[in-house]
Design a protein around this ligand. Structure first.
Ligand code: G3H
Ligand code: 13P
Ligand code: ZN
Length: 309
């Protein structure tokens, strides 16, 4: 297999009513945990790199680690830029071997978002790279950008169709109620399936992306807190809502927070139970095992992309 774009994965996912997991990566243990899980359950993968991750681990290190994972697993893996803020970072990732980039123009007005996205699409398509764009604003925190619940806004289905046609983007991230991070809903979790349904009825089969899709599994929050963490009141997207979204045309589901929680709670537990431990392989190894279990659970029990190669 090897490093691929998301084109074929999305075509199959849209037809099959399941979603591909897009997991954020920052280091070797996270990459190994995710790819070993996908290997065991025979799943395609999207590994995504935020600007912050790229700064932390450096572009070349991440590329080589992912290349190593591809050789090790022989899985179809797409390398994707998560939330590219401008043309420059998208260009760097396209020139540097990524097969997919996200240009996130959701902070701009409609026309400026179209213009920026179109520019990235032109550059990417000439080089065989696919582009995810975003319309509508999710609440939450990514890198240094913080969007309050009041400033978030749902995607307008009519605008979405016009946006897709005028930009030529390959997939579209929409805002239907999810948000980034561990605090997603104040009251009852609610997703606007009506908006999703309208969009998919206007552009049948077009790949729709859901960001901010961690479930923030209570068991892991409790474990984190039990071992000295402090994240009370965290709440994510219930798993059955994600299954429903996948059935209704969402092809890519972004998950970062759940992996952070799994890794951090395992490392906290390790230190509490073994206060004398100072071998990084022991605690990072425990973190890697936890990531692997979490990703297997996501793929098999939530996304449904196991045995889809
Ligand atoms: O959507 C954002 C991802 O969770 C990445 O987070 O920017 O802190 O790496 P980060
Ligand atoms: P979570 O914070 O819900 O994991 O979302 C991650 C994400 O959307 C990355 O782009
Ligand atoms: Zn996101």
């Amino acid at each position: 297999m090897g490093i691929v774009t998301t084109k074929e994965m999305f075509e199959k996912a849209a037809k099959g009513g399941y979603a591909i997991g897009a997991f954020n990566v920052n280091n070797m243990e996270i990459i190994q945990g995710i790819t070993e899980a996908a290997k065991e359950v025979n799943s395609p993968l999207i590994l995504q790199v935020s600007a912050g991750a790229r700064k932390y681990a450096k572009h070349n290190y991440l590329m080589h680690l992912i290349q190593a994972a591809v050789e090790d697993t022989d899985l179809p893996i797409a390398i994707h830029l998560d939330h590219g803020a401008d043309f420059d970072i998208c260009k760097k990732c396209i020139d540097g071997g990524f097969t997919s980039v996200m240009i996130d123009g959701s902070q701009h007005n409609f026309e400026d978002n179209i213009e920026l996205t179109r520019k990235v699409v032109d550059y990417a398509h000439e080089r065989g790279v696919v582009v995810e764009a975003e319309l509508g604003k999710l609440a939450g925190v990514e890198d240094d950008v913080k969007v309050s619940a009041e400033d978030s806004s749902y995607t307008d289905p009519d605008q979405a169709v016009e946006f897709i046609q005028r930009t030529g983007c390959d997939s579209l991230a929409i805002a239907i109620g999810t948000s980034h991070g561990a605090y997603k809903f104040k009251g009852e979790p609610k997703l606007r399936y009506d908006i999703l349904e309208k969009i998919t009825s206007y552009v049948p089969g077009f790949p729709i992306v859901l960001h901010g899709a961690s479930t923030v599994i209570p068991e892991f929050v409790a474990k984190c807190n039990q071992y000295g963490g402090n994240i009370p009141g965290a709440q994510g997207v219930p798993e059955d809502m994600l299954r429903e979204a996948a059935r209704r045309g969402v092809c890519k589901i972004n998950i970062d927070t759940d992996l952070r929680l799994a890794m951090t709670s395992a490392i906290r537990e390790m230190f509490v139970n073994n206060p004398g431990e100072f071998d990084p392989r022991k605690y990072l190894g425990a973190g890697r095992d936890a990531i692997k279990e979490m990703v297997k659970h996501k793929i098999v029990d939530v996304l449904g992309c196991n045995d889809k190669i």
